[in-house]
Design a binder for this molecule. Structure first.
Ligand SMILES: C[S@@+](CC[C@H](N)C(=O)[O-])C[C@H]1O[C@@H](n2cnc3c(N)ncnc32)[C@H](O)[C@@H]1O
Length: 244
């Protein structure tokens, strides 16, 4: 049996800091990767959708507004779910669920979506297996995770070289497993795995890959936010669209 999930989003200090991020305040429009991720989505009209690690429920509300028939949002954090429920459309169902023990009915969903939650999961193979079974044939699995170049290092962060230029130093890339980071709070545990592992888990289950993006800011985004230029040296997010 796996140890219980960390559930760092229910930690008061972490939750307070997370709530101040631009994506938490502004929602999908405040997430710079949203244009690329949303371009991977099918037309939402009439779809049955589940969001794994739904957080404040921004995507669940977007899906309903875009015409999804039913939306289920799952998250382990009571605090995140409380905020999602406050803002919610009564037709969205939110359920407290540890994705490490995910169970979903077979062939029940047209779209399984997940944004920046699956890099917390130890039993990712089990989650992907459950997702595959829960999708109707032709159904889509669209997700983002922190990019493996971002999750790999022992000391994630920008380190100046001799010329003062900031470098992202990658080590332990092929050594998969837990990484303790100090992102918003000390000792936040994320699970590092390689790009090949993410994709081979999907291919091994019979998913067809539709699109993979190693997201970095566009020229227009850098013009608006010059401080993001560094993100092109090390993509922060991996975006994947797969079809059952
Ligand atoms: C970075 S937030 C992303 C929230 C939302 N998907 C978004 O993009 O705005 C990660 C979410 O994953 C959830 N999460 C982390 N580990 C989880 C687990 N084991 N089971 C369910 N949810 C989990 C957290 O509680 C948090 O709400």
């Amino acid at each position: 049996m796996s140890p219980p999930a960390q559930n760092i989003y229910d930690n008061d200090a972490f939750f307070a800091a997370y709530g101040k991020l631009r994506r938490s305040v502004e929602g999908l429009g405040g997430a710079p990767e949203w244009p690329a991720l949303s371009a991977m989505l099918p037309t939402m009209e009439g779809l049955n959708v589940v969001d794994l690690g739904c957080g404040f429920g921004w995507f669940c509300r977007f899906a309903r507004e875009a015409g999804a028939a039913q939306v289920l949002g799952l998250d382990i954090s009571e605090k995140m779910l409380a905020r999602a429920r406050e803002a919610s459309d009564a037709s969205i169902a939110y359920r407290r669920t540890d994705l490490e023990e995910l169970e979903l009915p077979a062939a029940a969903f047209d779209l399984v979506y997940s944004s920046l939650a699956l890099h917390y999961i130890v039993n990712l193979g089990d989650v992907f297996t459950t997702v595959h079974r829960a999708l109707v044939p032709g159904g889509r699995f669209v997700f983002s995770v922190e990019h493996p170049l971002y999750t790999a290092p022992s000391r994630p962060g920008w380190h100046p070289d001799d010329s003062g230029r900031k470098r992202w130093l990658v080590d332990r890339y092929l050594e998969e497993g837990a990484r303790a980071t100090n992102w918003l709070a000390e000792g936040v545990i994320k699970q590092h795995r390689t790009v090949a592992t993410y994709l081979n888990l999907l291919l091994g289950l019979g998913f067809r890959l539709r699109r993979v993006e190693e997201w970095g800011p566009s020229d227009a985004q850098i013009e608006a936010h010059p401080e993001w230029a560094l993100e092109r040296d090390r993509p922060p997010f991996l975006l994947v669209s797969a079809e059952r």
